[in-house]
Design a protein around this ligand. Structure first.
Ligand code: ACM
Length: 538
């Protein structure tokens, strides 16, 4: 048993000497973690790292303390303690004045340093005896603890010590996101995914500092959110999905649970109700909404562009008002996504009239409108946001209107595109997107959209070809990890050769989380070996 701070540092020094004394080859055999912070497999890559090449020994005598002036900092400390417990089986005290033996501290501190230029920025100072995380807000602290989690090796050094020590490299980090909006989208309409599935996706995304999950809640094949004033939307419209399976929907309580789970991870949930096209499920539930001149029938196929609301009927706008009102009341996000894509059977003049009217409804409920890039064709205000998925012309029109743009080009950022011709799931109408293609491009330079107009990057996952979590994970991972770096890290800090090594080193984390990622042959995946399981056996 390590009894004192002195003996603990002695042990760390021995470990350090062992690391320094080893050749690269021996290091791998002994599985000793590097103490060079600049070599740590951090994703997304922080803005600045200065390595000091020593080690902090995380063990059962480490204690976590947080700023007393903000309860949310304590919540972040408890979150970190919980994640350290699941990684290492160590139970670290948080703000406990009674701890008998403290030999190292993690201090999560509210700071007003001028270097912290955004709410999400953080500084990390790691020395031999402390880890100090500074942030202006608990949100920044939450981003910072993801970096601490990633700096803790999966494997402890328990060959030299009687009790395990996790060797954390020392140094300084200053980190500030490149884009304020870093998102993914999940289509729960073509196939429904459960609250538990969505929570797991949120957990994984938040580890990589992604802060927005856009839920595509409605489409031709299904309506997935309970609207109390229009109950048939889910009774009828929620009963089907692609391929004839049973469908499903979120009750308002379910939705609130997802929103709260995401909020605990400083992630917003953006609701999307796709209209005036992609509305077959709504029109089957309430045929009065339909505008394509045909009797709507439940649909389980994958074609697009055949449905539309009747853009000239006041009932349609009363309906939309109810839907936006009910969802906005559940949704703290400042955004409401109205879809607006592929309305191929809506007359152009009707489409423009529709988007103009719906934008006003969204604003009435205190939200900013987001729409797929087609909405830039309407007379939308500069406070609305265009999500660029397809048309450069529409994206340029959005810029002309002073709108912000979310960068999601299907050719580069669609998670449902197949990796290659052998991919088990996915489509390839836009492109095949192998793991390197997904990473090697610059959202800042895409299609000439000025950086000041870019709100951020989002990687959408459409679900025509996936119906369960395993299939979701196959398409999303590892590519979404690259999109986290494309949206958080600066262009100067992004480099494929460097990224692919860090990505390969995510395998032990992904395996521990039971993520069924696509093991691309472009990546040298690190073998997993868990100290935690070994401890549990004893
Ligand atoms: C889209 O992929 N239809 C936005």
């Amino acid at each position: 048993m390590i009894k004192s701070a002195f003996s603990k540092y002695l042990i760390i020094s021995i470990i350090l000497l062992a690391v320094i004394g080893c050749t690269e080859k021996k290091k791998r055999i002994l599985n000793l973690p590097s103490t060079d912070m600049a070599e740590a497999s951090l994703i997304p890559k922080p803005l600045k790292i200065i390595a000091t090449n020593e080690a902090f020994g995380l063990d059962h005598t480490t204690s976590i303390y947080t700023s007393a002036n903000d309860k949310n900092f304590e919540k972040v400390g408890l979150f970190l303690a919980d994640k350290i417990k699941s990684k290492t089986n160590l139970r670290l005290a948080v703000n406990d004045p009674e701890v008998p033996e403290v030999n190292g501290v993690i201090y999560i501190n509210q700071s007003d340093s001028d270097e912290l230029t955004t709410a999400e920025a953080y500084q990390l100072y790691i020395t031999k005896d402390s880890i100090i995380l500074n942030a202006k807000t608990a949100e920044g602290a939450f981003r910072g603890i993801q970096t601490i989690r990633q700096l803790i090796p999966e494997i402890s050094n328990d060959t030299i010590t009687e009790l395990p020590v996790w060797v954390v490299p020392t140094g300084k980090i200053l980190d500030i996101p490149n884009f304020e909006f870093r998102g993914s989208m999940l289509d729960v309409a073509r196939h429904f995914f459960s609250v538990e599935d969505v929570k797991k996706y949120i957990d994984l995304l938040s580890y990589y500092k992604i802060n927005a999950l856009h839920l595509h809640l409605t489409d031709d094949q299904g309506w997935r959110i309970e609207i109390k004033s229009w109950p048939k939307l889910t009774e009828i419209g929620g009963s089907t999905e692609v391929g004839g399976e049973a469908g499903g929907f979120f009750t308002q309580e379910d939705y609130k649970e997802i929103v709260a789970y995401a909020a605990d991870r400083y992630m917003m949930i953006i609701p999307e109700v796709d209209m005036p096209g992609h509305t077959n499920a709504a029109s089957v539930s309430y045929p009065i909404l339909n505008g394509n001149g045909k009797t709507p029938k439940l649909y389980e196929g994958t074609h697009v562009g055949f449905s539309t609301f009747d853009a000239r009927k006041d009932t349609v706008y009363s309906f939309i008002d109810d839907v936006v009102r009910e969802i906005s009341a559940l949704s703290p996000s400042p955004y409401f996504h109205i879809g607006g894509d592929e309305s191929h059977v809506t007359k152009k003049s009707d489409y423009i009239y529709f988007v103009n009217r719906v934008e006003k409804i969204v604003q009435k409920y205190g939200k900013q409108m987001i729409g797929w890039d087609e909405v830039a064709q309407a007379d939308v205000s500069s406070s609305s946001i265009a999500q660029f998925w397809d048309s450069e012309e529409n994206a340029q029109e959005a810029v002309k209107k002073g709108m912000k743009v979310i960068i999601s080009p299907a050719k580069k950022a669609y998670l449902d595109m197949q990796y290659d011709t052998l991919s088990k799931h996915g489509l390839h109408w836009a492109a095949f997107i192998p793991v390197d293609t997904a990473y090697v491009w610059s959202p800042e330079k895409y299609a000439g959209i000025p950086k000041e107009n870019i709100l951020g990057v989002e990687a959408p996952l459409w679900s025509e070809t996936i119906s369960n979590l395993e299939e979701l994970e196959y398409l999303a991972f590892p590519r979404v990890i690259g999109y986290s770096e494309l949206s958080w890290s600066t262009q100067e800090n992004r480099d494929w050769d460097n990224f692919k090594v860090r990505l390969g080193n995510q395998a032990p984390y992904l395996d521990r989380m039971n993520v069924k990622y696509y093991p691309s042959e472009l990546i040298d995946w690190k073998e997993s070996k868990f100290t935690y399981k070994e401890i549990k056996k004893d």
